[in-house]
Write a protein that binds this ligand. Structure first.
Ligand SMILES: Cc1cc2nc3c(=O)[nH]c(=O)nc-3n(C[C@H](O)[C@H](O)[C@H](O)COP(=O)(O)O)c2cc1C
Ligand SMILES: CCCCC(=O)C(=O)O
Length: 357
């Protein structure tokens, strides 16, 4: 297929529609779907639109600084890439292209355990701008080896996903199951189905995850790594407080509406979480971000940075590294414009008073 004219795609919605028109049906279903009735999937996006801004005027906005830091890593703007499985379904360079684009944009990628490229190769492409997402296996020795590989490769944090003891019920995928190409291996995944040459389906993969995972296992994780730990999939003040007590950072997320349908949206959950954590941990957020004003609202409520799940995948499907770069550049430009129109010149100026109560 010919390369699309990226300059004609003016925003992340345009990118999404253009990508969807080119993607194989089963991959599209896998990327786009949410759980059950997809209420949370839709609500994630709608919750940004429902919040109104209170812009200030007559502020000198001739210089706008979008830079920040996450766990000590400087970012050129507060938007990173969330871990998504299997980038190879839509582009041969897979996670390597995504990591290169993020690094070139001065931000970071979170590599999924379920990636098509090995963590060592992606770490090299990411030039140090890499976090590693962990699904914990029943077999702790397999997980220990994976954690140590990620650490040795140069990942700067471990993102333990805590909202997926069992895969959510994505009914679109039950109707059209994802065909996992046997030639695409998952090089960070340990055990294979006995007697099988390849990892055949998502539900089988999810049976490798340890459903008994609990707060106690954080001690174990600490015993095998010195990297900072971020818990991804926190929805409540109670769990955010526990995360902080366990010395972990907090990634507010409902897994892009793919796990528990009708779960609270990240923007709704953020205020109680900020209140509970009281600065003891860094707070990030993902889910439904497609506009610069979405980023602005999450930061105004206290998130240090936000992450994109599906949007970079659509960029990747369209044009590999250049497509992911376009996704990030569009959002950066929108954020800068939104800051200017709100009379804000640095991220530290963003506070809840920017939003109508
Ligand atoms: C196709 C796909 C695969 C995903 N794979 C993972 C994964 O392997 N690990 C994980 O923690 N989250 C995974 N997620 C969830 C994302 O990290 C993120 O939480 C979510 O996509 C954010 O919502 P957004 O897509 O609306 O930006 C996946 C999401 C999608 C869409
Ligand atoms: C078993 C793979 C899970 C990947 C994932 O987290 C998702 O599809 O949302």
């Amino acid at each position: 297929m010919t390369q699309p004219d990226l300059t004609a795609l003016l925003n992340l919605h345009d990118m999404e529609l253009a990508a969807q028109a080119r993607m194989p049906r089963d991959a599209l279903n896998y990327y786009a779907s949410g759980a059950n009735d997809e209420h949370t999937l839709r609500a994630n996006r709608a919750s940004y639109a429902a919040v109104r801004l209170r812009p200030r005027v007559l502020v000198d906005v001739s210089q706008i600084d979008l830079s920040t830091e996450v766990l000590g890593l400087p970012l050129s703007f507060p938007v990173g890439i969330a871990p998504c499985a299997m980038h190879g379904l839509v582009h041969p360079e897979a996670e390597v292209a995504t990591a290169r684009a993020a690094a070139a944009a001065g931000t970071l990628t979170t590599l999924s355990t379920m990636s098509h490229r090995p963590v060592e190769e992606v770490a090299q492409a990411a030039g140090g701008r890499l976090w590693f997402q962990l699904y914990l296996y029943h077999d702790r020795e397999v997980s220990r080896a994976l954690v140590q590989r990620a650490e040795a490769a140069g990942a700067r944090a471990l993102v333990l996903t805590v909202d997926t003891p069992i895969l959510g019920r994505r009914e679109v995928m039950l109707r059209t199951p994802l065909h996992l190409p046997p030639d695409l291996k998952l090089p960070n995944v340990g055990p294979r189905r006995p007697g099988s040459e390849h990892l055949d389906d998502l539900n089988y993969l999810s049976t490798l995850f340890d459903r008994s995972l609990s707060w106690r296992d954080l001690e174990w994780l600490r015993s095998v790594t010195r990297l900072p730990v971020v818990l991804k999939g926190i929805h409540t003040a109670e769990d955010a407080a526990l995360a902080a007590e366990h010395g972990a950072h907090v990634w507010v997320s409902n897994h892009g509406g793919r796990q528990l349908d009708t779960a609270v949206t990240p923007l709704e959950a953020l205020p109680e979480i900020m209140q509970a954590v009281q600065g003891r941990a860094e707070i990030y957020l993902d889910g439904g971000i497609t506009r610069g004003t979405d980023v602005l609202k999450a930061l105004a409520l206290g998130a240090r940075a936000v992450f994109l799940g599906r949007a970079p995948l659509y960029g990747l499907a369209l044009a590999g590294e250049a497509g992911v770069r376009r996704t990030l550049d569009l959002l950066r430009a929108e954020l800068e414009l939104a800051m200017a129109l709100c009379g804000k010149v640095r991220l530290a100026d963003l506070a809840p008073d920017l939003l109508r109560a």
